[in-house]
Design a binder for this molecule. Structure first.
Ligand SMILES: Cc1cc2nc3c(=O)[nH]c(=O)nc-3n(C[C@H](O)[C@H](O)[C@H](O)COP(=O)(O)O)c2cc1C
Length: 653
């Protein structure tokens, strides 16, 4: 396979074509950023190196805090950084991986503003508004500050190289400070660092030269940027300009380009969520590849090994980068190499465990792999005593508990009343854009089989049945069901829950009103509108998709707003309450108290879930030594809540 052939970036040979995409490592640094990655951070990278990754690119790293205070990223402020850089390099080299530091100027206008500081503590090439609080104007960097930054960047590069790090990726990704310098929309300077594209690129070429000066001419330096911002906003980057940048940077001597897209206004391209298709950025890498001769790295939803291989086979890129797929499964490269595709745990693209946690100030991890980012503390150990474990419920909490308990050596039986494993993952996996959810079910089914878990499907559990099995441990994970609000007309034929709609696929006609605009309502709207249905979402609150990670919601919102290429028909009514169902639609009341009837062929309910009744736990308490309740049956949640509950409970039994 091409994936496993060595590749070159400048003077460096990488053992295969698999790059770990840079991911900002919240929670992975020591309390003092200048001390760099903590043991947790080193473990995190080593786990990916051991899993077979050829080249690791660290998360964003800056020289110091002179222009921007670190938001949690490591710094290379003095030669003391050698301590952590060298430990990191030595640790990943043990497994044959190479490692680049992603080297940056920071977040610029996209940093979280600190209201107690002048300009919110934000800097930019020009006095432009903060992304998060447009009432704050970023402070324009002076020429002297830029020149000092370039010089510090070079000094830091010397430390990086002498510590044994194999190369540097300059970070101009996703609208951060260096991207802002290149972008006409954000760089309005009239001095040598602004104006024409060459002026806007000056800081980049100066940084490049500073790195080469303080390392050596053949020290590998790559550049990461969006070939386009994928945006309708004036002054954002077009593909044509992106290609011109590629040619100019090749001429300047860069050793490779890492191609992505977007900025915060179009973060649904920079961090493509569930509803973006697999490989959605490959076409950009392909264009860059045609424009330059230096190696091109493609990224973005490439977690399907067959797709990743085809990108290389078809010459669309020289390397493929995996971000979230390596969080979900750090062994992705080894498993792909051995053809063990059904052992690869798929990334769901829901961003809950990675960006969702980082945005909430927690360490980076993964919805389907709770060990990500906490490899040492959450390592699974063999159980001290082998126990008989019965798990009630074959949804994500039950399946994960079964997997973990079996890995630890217990004798596990999983009982599911349906005729298929998956629980609420089954309806979730129906839309074509949720195929990774289907893959997660298949992954669990394969793993439980391989681990020798006895699975009993189509079996209704009773206390008598459980007691007859004489288990030492029972996990009750019997899930949740859709809420059906008790409004007049709710029993009419026109009504269906989103879960029923997805599972049973009844005839639904042409026009649909969906009650509820959170994740399930919005995704169902997208699913139905793509089938040509006319969809209206009715939401009581003043906004929709509040329970989704920002870029996931942004992707759907841009589609609803007609800003992506979809031709879909979705209308959103917020501050609107559903009060009655009639034969031909739904009666709603808006904030002003105005009543109206929305005509529809079907009314779809997506107003949340309620825990299923658990008559079992109490009935078997005392007779079974250990009884645990897990997941939705305690409180309905997301996949991450269910998987993490299954993992964290079963690892201690
Ligand atoms: C939690 C998280 C943090 C990220 N931090 C960075 C970063 O520091 N620098 C960068 O260039 N890209 C960053 N990215 C973008 C990824 O490198 C990658 O382009 C993106 O996740 C799409 O690739 P994937 O589908 O393989 O995850 C980050 C992505 C995630 C999910």
């Amino acid at each position: 396979m091409k994936l496993f052939q060595p590749g070159r970036i400048g003077s460096l040979t990488v053992k295969n074509r698999i790059v770990m995409a840079p991911m900002f490592c919240m929670g992975m640094t020591s309390p003092s950023q200048e001390l760099g990655y903590s043991q947790r951070g080193i473990d995190y990278y080593v786990t990916r190196a051991r899993g077979g990754t050829g080249l690791i690119v660290t998360g964003v790293t800056c020289p110091n805090e002179k222009i921007e205070k670190s938001w949690g990223y490591p710094l290379i402020d003095s030669s003391r950084a050698t301590l952590w850089l060298s430990e990191l390099a030595e640790a990943v080299h043990d497994y044959g991986a190479k490692i680049f530091v992603q080297y940056s100027a920071g977040f610029g206008r996209q940093g979280p503003p600190n209201p107690s500081l002048p300009h919110g503590g934000l800097v930019a090439p020009s006095p432009i508004p903060s992304f998060f609080d447009p009432s704050i104007t970023c402070r324009e960097l002076s020429i002297e500050e830029i020149e000092e930054f370039v010089s510090d960047f070079g000094c830091g590069a010397g430390i990086i190289a002498s510590s044994g790090i194999d190369g540097i990726e300059i970070h101009a990704h996703q609208g951060y400070l260096l991207d802002e310098f290149i972008t006409a929309r954000h760089n309005k300077r009239t001095d040598k660092y602004g104006g024409s594209l060459d002026g806007r690129l000056r800081i980049i070429t100066e940084l490049f030269e500073a790195v080469k000066r303080s390392t050596c001419p053949d020290y590998p330096v790559t550049f990461r940027y969006g070939l386009t911002h994928h945006s309708e906003l004036e002054g954002s980057r077009t593909v044509e300009e992106g290609l011109e940048i590629a040619r100019k940077l090749e001429a300047a001597g860069f050793d490779g380009l890492h191609i992505d897209a977007g900025f915060y206004e179009t973060n649904n391209w920079a961090q493509p969520p569930t509803t973006q298709p697999d490989g959605c950025l490959v076409y950009l890498a392909e264009m860059a590849k045609k424009a330059v001769k230096i190696p091109v790295i493609a990224v973005g939803k490439l977690g399907n090994p067959k797709l990743a291989e085809s990108v290389l086979e078809e010459g669309k890129a020289d390397f493929i980068a995996l971000g979230r797929p390596l969080l979900a499964d750090p062994e992705w490269p080894n498993k792909a190499k051995e053809g063990r595709l059904d052992d690869i745990r798929p990334c769901l693209g829901d961003d809950e465990g990675c960006l969702g946690r980082v945005l909430a100030g927690k360490y980076i991890s993964c919805a389907v792999n709770p060990q990500a980012g906490n490899e040492r503390n959450l390592a699974l150990t063999p159980a001290e005593k082998k126990k008989t474990v019965v798990i009630v419920g074959g949804g994500p909490a039950g399946m994960e508990a079964a997997r973990v308990a079996a890995i630890r050596g217990h004798e596990v039986t999983l009982i599911e009343k349906g005729y298929e494993l998956g629980g609420n993952l089954l309806p979730a996996a129906v839309p074509e854009f949720k195929r990774d959810y289907r893959q997660l079910i298949d992954y669990y089914a394969a793993q439980l089989g391989k681990l020798g878990v006895t699975t009993k499907l189509g079996t209704e559990v009773t206390p008598e049945l459980i007691l007859s099995m004489k288990p030492e441990v029972v996990f009750v994970a019997n899930g949740s069901s859709p809420i059906v609000p008790q409004i007049p007309g709710i029993d009419k034929e026109i009504v269906v829950t989103a879960v029923d709609l997805l599972v049973n696929r009844p005839e639904i006609g042409k026009s649909v009103v969906i009650v509820g605009g959170n994740l399930v309502g919005a995704e169902t709207a997208l699913y139905l509108s793509r089938q040509g249905k006319r969809v209206t979402i009715v939401e009581m609150l003043d906004g929709i998709m509040r329970d989704m990670v920002w870029m996931n919601a942004q992707d759907i919102q841009r589609r609803f707003d007609g800003l992506e290429s979809d031709r879909i028909d979705v209308k959103v009514m917020t501050n609107t309450e559903a009060v009655e169902i009639v034969d031909d639609g739904l009666i709603v009341v808006d904030k002003a108290g105005q009543k109206r009837t929305l005509k529809a062929d079907k009314v779809v309910l997506a107003v949340g879930m309620v825990s299923n009744q658990d008559n079992l736990s109490e009935a078997i308490k005392g007779a079974v030594p250990e009884v645990y309740r897990l997941g939705d049956c305690i409180r309905p949640g997301k996949v991450i809540d269910a998987v993490w509950a299954g993992f964290r409970t079963a690892r201690l039994v």
